[in-house]
Design a protein around this ligand. Structure first.
Ligand SMILES: NC(=O)c1ccc[n+]([C@@H]2O[C@H](COP(=O)([O-])OP(=O)(O)OC[C@H]3O[C@@H](n4cnc5c(N)ncnc54)[C@H](OP(=O)(O)O)[C@@H]3O)[C@@H](O)[C@H]2O)c1
Length: 392
């Protein structure tokens, strides 16, 4: 097996036949939930992913529970006929973190993707009810028996990553975390650790899942650089993310045009001074805000997971979110908050609130379950404006 090692701008992820995998990956979600996805939407999703593969984005990211398995089925169909040229990263639901759970989830993923191996198999979330050792040992069994080529983790704290590495005898090759201009928290510890140990950092949600906002100064810098490099602002953002060594970025586009734009980003070589200018300007501090000052309901942000409006709802976790607020509360008590919630200045006129929560509701409730309503919660205050349509 070739070692997994990286260099900028292209990762040296090498498939069985020696194919080099680009560091710009494609997320395979986007067709919609299984119950509602139409035949047309599924076919279009497959066409766009095949187009991205033709453009060199041969690293596909999926997961057993993404769109109830539909994302893996789509992945299986798009790699058909060229499986050995594709690098598939999949993951299992944290409900399946037990040893037999991992084995069962793995077989299910193989079946849905009609393949007999997974290139990169990852723990999507730690599950505090199941010892990490058990989950890592299951991954190691799959690695040693050559059913997977690499083992990785997602959404782990520094402490959990170190622990997983020790249990695995340093055989955890990747960590997947949210990373973008509004969320650079991995730079503090995870990224330096990756650089020191050769673990490949895989960043997801480069455009903050549509929540990115910029101050006038930030927008001005990005616009100037956009002209200089003859690239869109979103392309610049990915190019900036790729300037870290040993980094892959998971993009996700349901359209041909954005897919082509994303594929082209690996060729944009940002100058050091420009990278430093971005690094200096896009500082996001973590604030600690009393939960009572944060309004949960915001009429303009109909987020799909916007579902638990009371502590009781959150404890009951009727929609079976995984990890749910109660499990996440245990994890927060043991390992600290993984990433801050995202809030914006409130539009509420009553004076009762200062902020509205726009992302991280499960983390919000987990924090309240762990510490009650008195202890302030770590929060990223998102301010500014969205990218105007014509400058993206
Ligand atoms: N491990 C984990 O826990 C985890 C969590 C979340 C996500 N992920 C992975 O990361 C992938 C991507 O993350 P994401 O979907 O959350 O967020 P994202 O990439 O930040 O945002 C996707 C949005 O960006 C738009 N877009 C894509 N390329 C663009 C471009 N060049 N210019 C302008 N807009 C563009 C897409 O619109 P169009 O479709 O119209 O192009 C889509 O609305 C997921 O598919 C998944 O595989 C992993």
């Amino acid at each position: 097996m070739m070692p997994l090692s990286g260099n900028t701008p292209l990762l040296k992820l090498t498939t069985a036949d020696g194919t080099q995998i680009g560091s710009v990956a494609q997320g395979t979600t986007g067709a919609g939930r299984r119950e509602t996805a139409t035949e047309g939407a599924i076919r279009k999703r497959e066409d766009v992913l095949r187009y991205g593969i033709d453009l060199g984005m041969t690293f596909l990211d999926t997961g057993e529970h993404y769109e109830d398995g539909l994302s893996e089925e789509i992945t299986g169909r798009v790699v058909c006929g060229r499986r050995d040229k594709i690098f598939i990263g999949s993951k299992f639901n944290p409900l399946n973190n037990s040893y037999p759970g991992v084995m069962k989830a793995f077989e299910g993923s193989l079946k849905r993707m009609n393949t007999d191996y997974i290139d990169l198999y990852q723990i999507q979330w730690p599950n505090p009810s199941i010892p990490l050792k058990e989950t890592v040992n299951a991954l190691m069994y799959l690695l040693e028996s050559k059913r997977i080529r690499y083992a990785g983790v997602c959404n782990f704290t520094m402490q959990q990553l170190k622990e997983a590495r020790v249990i695995s005898g340093n055989k955890i090759s990747t960590i997947q975390m949210e990373y973008n201009l509004s969320n650079r928290f991995a730079e503090a510890d995870i990224m330096p650790f990756c650089r020191d140990t050769g673990v490949v950092f895989v960043g997801y949600s480069p455009f903050s899942q549509g929540r990115q906002m910029f101050s006038p100064d930030e927008l001005s810098l990005l616009s100037n650089l956009s002209e200089k490099y003859v690239a869109t602002i979103n392309q610049l953002i990915i190019a900036w993310m790729l300037t870290h060594s040993d980094t892959a970025i998971i993009t996700r586009s349901t359209g041909m045009e954005n897919t082509a734009a994303n594929a082209a980003t690996a060729a944009i070589a940002l100058g050091t001074a420009d990278v430093e200018a971005i690094n200096r300007l896009f500082i996001r501090e973590v604030h600690v805000i009393p939960t009572g000052r944060i309004r949960l309901l915001h009429p303009e942000t109909p987020e799909p997971s916007w579902i638990y409006n009371t502590l009781q709802d959150a404890r009951e976790n009727r929609l079976n979110m995984q990890p749910g607020p109660v499990e996440l509360a245990k994890e927060i008590e043991e390992a600290g908050m993984l990433k801050p919630v995202e809030i914006i200045p409130t539009s509420d006129q009553s004076g009762c609130f200062d902020y509205d929560l726009i992302h991280g509701q499960i983390r919000y409730w987990a924090w309240v379950i762990a510490y009650g309503e008195e202890k302030p919660i770590p929060a990223n205050i998102i301010k500014g404006q969205r990218l105007p349509e014509n400058v993206t």
